[in-house]
Design a protein around this ligand. Structure first.
Ligand code: GLU
Length: 505
């Protein structure tokens, strides 16, 4: 029987969650669920100098919004707890010691001052096979000296002893066979002076202990892979190693390179999943959620950045993605981010979902704009205007006039073609509407056209003035639908109000 699939998302909680990060979560999640496996979130917070208050909670809030719930995590618990590396500190030392005993790692006692001096002496100094024999470490000091330094609590780090001339090869599920030469990597620190492991040691030890079967992460981690593979080989033997996949980057829409938060600021679109306030600077960065995206659309859009099912289908629910996802169909090349396309997905999902799927969010947005929307009326209004909205925030502009009289009326758009004849038509229309028994859009339209015909005015010439009277401007759904939702009293009131304004001109 094959092993149960176990994948992990292993973020370092250092700030907002970039959409590339969410896509890494998504591909992990889809792969796990497609294979009936588990999705684990492990918090990689061994670098205490990069600790950011609230960043971990923010990650879980984002996953929750996207509907990508972990099976195991620091907040969900699980059989391999703790899932926060800072709480696993005592675990790692033993593995670092084992590497030393086997000769795959060494103690390095160089002080900050000594390292700085070396950097000055050697251009682009790297602590590696070429320089390590000039440094103060257990490769250059004799056994007694090392013992003495250790016994006198001299601060040290433990570094990997990278082989001088070895080819490290592994199979990447997206890229196929990948090879590195061992001299490309420096002798990375594995255990720091404070006893904390670095990411390189912790990621390997935890993937092993947590029985991770597949490790998927962004392409930016590819250069670290040879170090991780060697550690796997030295500590656990390669047959236990997870299968790797390095996911293609999400690229800027213009030019080359990875999409960054700065690109979003520059081009006016979000890059983080949700609003993120940097606790140090108080700087707020807008997220897709607050910009008016539905989680269904955000997830769908992300899935299509680097994957497709081999057909032209673009709209997928999470359930469908789980059914159809396969790593074989993830592209090797980076995917250019296209904000207009992202909005298109959202518009499609607004049309596709039942109104109940986002009514509460719309009510919240209206409330933030001081509009209290009655539930039944709101459903009616959303049905009428949803085809005109691409972002949830569009509902505010598109629906405000249903709930309160327009603040401004575009009189200038009516006036040039206005005359007494048209004025009389509207007076007659008010009288007819006042007497109407059944207030629905078909009856309203019929009455309107009959009166227009009797007055020998083209109905088309009267529609725009009516729209502006009801809405304030030249937008909105079919005008008689608007009148139906507004009701008799409000419709007549708005027509009268504009007629008075026109008269006063
Ligand atoms: N802690 C790494 C990060 O911050 C995770 C890389 C990996 O998944 O191995 O992205």
């Amino acid at each position: 029987m094959s092993k149960k699939v176990r994948v992990r998302f292993a973020p370092s909680p250092t700030g907002g969650l970039h959409l590339g990060g969410v896509r890494t979560v998504l591909f992990n999640y889809l792969f796990a669920k497609h294979n009936g496996g588990d999705f684990i979130v492990r918090i990689e917070d061994t670098d205490q100098s990069r600790f950011v208050e609230g960043a971990e909670q923010y990650i879980f809030d984002c996953l929750n919004w996207c509907g990508l719930a972990p099976d195991e995590s620091p907040t969900h618990g699980g059989p391999f707890a703790p899932y926060r590396q800072s709480e696993r500190k005592p675990i790692y030392k033993k593995y670092a010691d084992e590497l030393i005993a086997k000769g795959f790692a060494y103690y390095a006692f160089d002080t900050a001052v000594e390292l700085e001096a070396k950097r000055k002496e050697i251009n682009n100094f790297q602590y590696n096979h070429a320089t390590r024999l000039q440094m103060k470490n257990s490769l250059t000091l004799n056994k007694d000296e090392v013992e003495k330094l250790l016994n006198t609590q001299t601060p040290y780090v433990i570094r990997i002893n990278m082989p001088v001339d070895e080819t490290i090869t592994f199979n990447d599920m997206i890229r196929g066979e990948v090879s590195f030469h061992s001299s490309q990597s420096d002798d990375k620190v594995l255990l720091k002076a404070d006893g904390m492991p670095t990411y390189h040691l912790a990621v390997v030890v935890d993937d092993y202990l947590m029985q991770i079967t597949h490790a998927f992460r962004g392409e930016e981690w590819l250069p670290s892979a040879p170090v991780h593979i060697l550690l796997w080989q030295y500590l656990f033997g390669l047959e236990n190693m997870p299968q790797w996949a390095h996911l293609p980057l999400i690229l800027k829409p213009d030019g080359n390179g990875k999409l960054s938060k700065r690109d979003g600021d520059r081009l006016g679109f979000p890059v983080f999943a949700m609003d993120w306030t940097d606790p140090k600077t108080n700087e707020l960065t807008t997220g897709f959620k607050e910009r008016g995206f539905l989680p269904e659309a955000f997830v769908n859009m992300l899935a299509m950045l680097g994957w497709n099912d081999g057909t032209d289908q673009e709209i997928f629910s999470l359930q469908e993605l789980i059914e159809k996802f396969s790593m074989e169909r993830v592209h090797k090349a980076g995917a250019k981010f296209d904000y207009e396309k992202a909005k298109w997905y959202n518009g499609e999902w607004i049309k596709k979902l039942p109104v109940s799927g986002y009514k509460l969010q719309v009510a919240g947005l209206l409330k933030a704009n001081s509009i209290e929307a009655d539930d039944k009326k709101l459903t009616q209004v959303i049905e009428l205007i949803k085809d005109r909205c691409t972002l949830l925030t569009d509902f505010v502009v598109q629906s405000s006039f249903f709930f309160k009289s327009p603040e401004t009326i575009d009189i200038a758009a009516i006036q040039p073609k206005w005359n007494d004849h048209k004025n009389l038509f509207f007076i007659e229309l008010i009288r007819a509407y006042e007497l109407m028994q059944f207030w629905n859009h078909e009856a309203l339209e019929k009455e309107f056209k009959e009166i227009a015909a009797a007055n020998e005015i083209k109905a088309g010439e009267l529609m725009l003035p009516l729209r502006i009277m009801l809405v304030g401007g030249k937008f909105g759904p079919h005008v008689f639908n608007i009148a139906e939702v507004l009701g008799k009293e409000e419709t007549i009131k708005r027509i009268q109000h504009t007629l008075q304004k026109l008269e006063a001109q």
